[in-house]
Design a protein around this ligand. Structure first.
Ligand code: NAD
Length: 427
């Protein structure tokens, strides 16, 4: 099929590259000229496992990139909207980019097309995009469907190619048929529902996962007080199939470009419809306090942080991505700096993005370089690289012997044996 994907960010680029790999003719559109220039040179503007190979295999065959929305839309049967829906000032999802894209589609529409809302958009957005296009598109035929994306950064290509389910929200049989055909090669459960329910599924799923994270973090904090080990507790809980093992890892709190903003947007959606979502507000509050708690732990170990050297391992919001949007790691680093600590950070992929978000950040060339003369090592992102370090060497390079493992990813017994004073979260 002939497809346009508007917005070549984490979701759009992966969507476009995967659909091209499945044999479709895909045009990726972005208004960011530099991004498009890099893509046309075969460079991926983001770090995502498997993406460079997909780009190399499909570029100039099934996959092209342009800044010209009109031409791309005119030639396509399906147009995906994958632009950002960042948090607005009042917590609601900012629909500016979506409405802009919808307007551009309306200008170019020339015959039946399916417009796919893949970005995470508030309930009612399918109808809204439909209205915007209808106002300008005259009598042209089209359908707008909701098709929320569930991929995770770090495993985005695999998640796109092997989804747990594909959700399609539409009242149009014609559109449902085309979408089912498009996704048929993925061989995944297809859940076709009405647009509002599809839109709600995305928010409810993210809010539920965020709730699991805040829940286990709250349990972790109680575990510390009662001398239980949250890793054991989570494992014991996970065997219950009603609960499951996933998303029960305690740590510094959730972050990234989705969970925090989507939770706030859902709280806002509820509020606009007269429901006070106390539960989700609590989830967000636990999350914010969890980051502050990590700073408190560092102060508990070092006292006043003025003039203290802190080595920070990790800046990305999780391993295997270069994304630092709402990263708890970066937020904790920022709070430590505010307390007067001299932080030297290292991350395998996220340092460039982190420096843009926090220009005064001092970065090291390697994990070992970061710990030189440090009073404490704070592990903030669970990259494999950190687990594999030579901790004997780390011990020799550091001035102090404190380790705060906010991801519970080191083995406390062997670390303590090397002379470290180890602390995790909830253990
Ligand atoms: P992103 O910020 O990485 O990418 C958005 C891109 O859209 C940018 O490159 C921007 O330049 C481009 N853009 C904006 N307006 C445009 C326009 N009118 N024409 C062409 N290009 C335009 O965003 P993302 O992380 O890919 O997220 C996109 C959407 O997908 C969001 O709604 C997000 O909530 C949702 N989502 C994200 C993830 C994730 O893991 N990142 C997962 C599931 C869903």
């Amino acid at each position: 099929m002939k497809i346009t994907v508007i917005g070549t960010g984490y979701v759009g680029l992966v969507t476009g590259a995967c659909l091209a790999d499945l044999g479709n003719a895909v045009v990726g559109v972005d208004k960011d000229e530099e991004k498009i220039a890099r893509l046309n040179r075969g460079e991926s503007p983001i770090y995502e496992v498997g993406l460079p190979e997909l780009l190399a295999r499909n570029l100039e065959r099934n996959l092209t990139f342009t800044t010209d929305t009109r031409e791309a839309v005119e030639r396509s049967e399906i147009v995906f909207i994958t632009v950002g829906t960042p948090q607005g000032e009042d917590g609601s999802a900012d629909m500016t980019y979506v409405l802009e894209a919808a307007g551009e589609i309306a200008e170019a529409i020339n015959g039946y097309k399916i417009i796919v809302n893949k970005s995470t958009m508030p309930v009612g957005s399918t109808r809204l995009v439909e209205r915007v296009i209808r106002e300008r598109a005259g009598r042209e035929e089209f359908d707008v469907v909701s098709n929320p994306e569930f991929l995770r950064e770090g495993t985005a290509v695999r998640d796109f190619m092997h989804p747990d389910r594909i959700v399609i929200g539409t009242d149009s049989q014609r559109a449902a048929g085309v979408m089912a055909e498009l996704y048929r090669p993925l061989n995944a459960p297809l859940f076709i529902t009405d647009p509002a329910s599809a839109e709600m599924i995305k928010y409810a799923s993210n809010a539920f996962l965020a709730t699991k994270v805040s829940f286990i973090n709250a349990i972790a904090n109680i575990c510390e007080a009662v001398h239980a080990d949250v890793k054991e507790v989570a494992l014991g809980m996970g065997y219950d199939r009603r609960i499951g093992f996933e998303f029960l890892r305690s740590g510094p709190g959730f972050g990234g470009s989705c969970f925090p903003k989507d939770c706030r947007a859902l709280i806002d959606i509820a509020r606009r419809h007269g429901y006070h979502f106390y539960l989700l507000e609590g989830v967000m509050r636990v999350n914010q306090e969890q980051m502050a708690l990590m700073v408190k732990k560092v102060k508990g170990k070092l006292g006043d942080l003025k003039g203290k050297n802190v080595a920070a391992w990790g800046l990305a919001f999780k391993a295997n991505t270069d994304d630092v949007r709402e990263s708890p790691a970066l937020e904790i680093v920022r709070m430590l700096m505010e307390e007067g600590a001299r932080v030297r950070a290292y991350d395998p992929q996220a340092m460039e993005n982190a420096r843009q978000a926090l220009p005064q950040l001092e970065c090291a060339e390697s994990a070992l370089e970061a710990v030189r003369d440090a009073d404490i090592l704070v592990l903030l992102t669970d990259w494999e690289e950190f687990k594999m370090q030579d901790f004997q060497k780390v011990r020799e390079l550091m001035r102090g012997r404190e380790i705060l493992d906010t991801r519970n990813c080191l083995e406390p017994i062997s670390i303590r044996r090397l002379g470290f004073d180890y602390e995790g979260v909830g253990r």
